[in-house]
Design a protein around this ligand. Structure first.
Ligand code: NAD
Length: 498
């Protein structure tokens, strides 16, 4: 089993490539190496881009009807076989099966949106903009587009981009995370079954070397990146310098402000669900609860009670929360718990003591609650990306909003309150891209668009929705006149309308 190598998927088939480099892929619940994944060389990236360029010659001109039919067939197949994909995600990422199915459902939403490509890419027409002159716009695909995705959503995040890109007539080279690479190949194979021509969707596995090759490749028109903030910034700067259209989504530190008039039972449920779902390895996880002093003790008690009911363990066994992605990451997250008391915080529930329902070698860390975290502590400031929920006590609404707006990140945030006026003010005042009002994880539906502010998003175009179709198309404006003799004569002046 450990000798198996996940290969690239190029031009409709697995492809061994020129590189001999590989890296291990773990099963985090077992703590063992499950297989290897190939790491592409620049020559392998060239090969994938060449296949995508050839495929673009026909797919770029395929009718809307043809593209819609393939998207629809892919949607049907993915929906029918989602359990297979969920099992692959759980085996390589570790998230529990129900959560893997949840991510697929949110990815399917984007495929369903993409089935409406005809309505979403149609142009506009002005008859008689000038006498006898019509002006209209058409949206055309870019060509070959690159997508680089993170480990934490091995299906949903690639789907955010490739479903829209392919429906819009582009061809794709996807470089998924090397930590959980198999979901990408499975989706590529399924798309082929749905009738997608070979070469339209290619998967190249790799690390920094393949990312750099994509960023520099002259035939790649755009880059869609999702990952940590330093790499997002690197990709944005290098991709735009190489002349590409780039959208790069980075890390996060999401705050939930709980006002004294909130329903504290609902707020406590939300803290636990949004803090510990997927072991906190979500860019939209709540990692900081800003509790107004008057209700902070009661909220901490309610959250602690709920945490005692959570089962951490193997994602195939009906547990609530799975392992972390690697032993190294688990140890890094545990390091924050270790340092918290020295920073003046109180560890209320320590996940290092967890008795997990799974193999002893699994990368376990249980749900952790740290109270009275000072905003000067790295426990507050860093993106921990694990099952660690910090409570920061605030004296009221303004204090809470000040903290949120001082964060370098601006991905998601939430307010829990029964005061409509406070909620409306919050929505207006926070410098965060996605806001929840009594909703802890406000990931927008597919027909809106996803994206944060500040260090959570580089570039100005968001993912999916209308933004997604704008990103993956270029608009052409056509000014047209069907000549008749009255249009003759010389006039060197700038064209004016009459
Ligand atoms: P990561 O930045 O380590 O990796 C992301 C991608 O970049 C992977 O494909 C990886 O192979 C590649 N990569 C890694 N190191 C690189 C380097 N030095 N140069 C070039 N490419 C490199 O992120 P991750 O650990 O896979 O994912 C977790 C991060 O992603 C978190 O910070 C999380 O907040 C973020 N994330 C953000 C969003 C969002 O929409 N804003 C969504 C999901 C995840």
């Amino acid at each position: 089993m450990t000798d198996t190598v996940v290969e690239h998927w190029i031009a409709g088939a697995a492809w061994r490539g020129a590189s001999d480099r590989t890296t291990p892929v773990y099963n985090p619940a077992l703590g063992t190496v499950a297989r290897q994944v190939r790491l592409a060389s620049p020559a392998d990236v060239d090969h994938a881009v060449a296949a995508a360029s050839t495929a673009f010659e026909s797919w770029g001109g395929a009718s809307v009807a043809k593209r819609t039919a393939v998207m629809f067939a892919f949607r049907e197949l993915l929906n029918a076989r989602k359990d297979e994909l969920a099992a692959i995600i759980t085996a390589e990422h570790g998230k529990v099966l129900s959560d893997a199915l949840g991510e697929i459902a949110r990815g399917l939403e984007v495929v369903e949106l993409a089935c409406g490509v005809g309505a979403l890419t149609k142009g506009e027409y002005t008859e008689n903009a000038s006498t006898g002159v019509d002006v209209y716009t058409v949206r055309q695909p870019l060509g070959v587009v690159g997508i680089i995705s993170p480990f934490n959503f091995p299906a949903m995040v690639p789907l955010w981009f490739f479903a829209v890109a392919i429906a819009a007539g582009n061809t794709v080279v996807l470089k998924p995370s090397e930590k959980d690479p198999s979901a990408a190949n499975w989706m590529a194979e399924l798309f082929r079954e749905a009738g997608l021509p070979d070469g339209v969707f290619n998967v190249v596995h790799g690390d920094k070397e393949s990312v750099d090759a994509l960023l520099q490749h002259p035939d790649i028109r755009s880059i869609s990146f999702v990952g940590s903030t330093p790499i997002a910034q690197y990709v944005y700067e290098n991709g735009t310098r190489a002349g590409k259209r780039v959208q790069a989504f980075g890390g996060a530190k999401n705050h939930m402000l709980v006002l004294p008039d909130a329903d504290l039972d609902l707020a406590a449920d939300a803290c636990v669900n949004a803090g510990f779902g997927s072991a906190g390895e979500r860019c939209m996880a709540i990692s900081v609860v800003l509790a107004v002093d008057a209700v902070a003790d009661e909220l901490v008690t309610k959250v602690t009670e709920r945490m005692a009911t959570l089962r951490t363990g193997d994602g195939t066994r009906g547990c609530d929360m799975g392992p972390l992605i690697t032993a190294q990451h688990r140890d890094k997250v545990a390091g924050y718990i270790e340092r918290a008391p020295g920073d003046g915080a109180t560890v209320v529930v320590d996940g290092r003591d967890v008795a997990a329902d799974g193999a002893a070698e699994g990368f376990w860390l249980g749900p952790t609650l740290i109270d009275r975290v000072p905003v000067t502590s790295p426990v507050y400031a860093d993106e921990i990306f694990g099952p660690v929920l910090s409570i920061v006590r605030v004296d009221g609404y303004e204090h809470g909003v000040d903290i949120i707006n001082s964060s370098p990140y601006g991905n998601g945030t939430a307010i829990f309150t029964n005061d409509g006026g406070a909620a409306r003010r919050f929505q207006n005042e926070v410098t965060v891209g996605m806001v929840g009002i009594n909703v802890p994880i406000p990931v927008p539906v597919a027909y809106h668009s996803f994206g944060g502010f500040k260090a959570s998003h580089f570039g100005d175009v968001k993912a999916y929705g209308a933004h997604g179709f704008a990103f993956f198309t270029q608009e052409k404006a056509v000014t047209s006149r069907w000549l008749d003799p009255s249009h003759g004569g010389l006039n060197l002046g700038f064209p004016q309308h009459d």
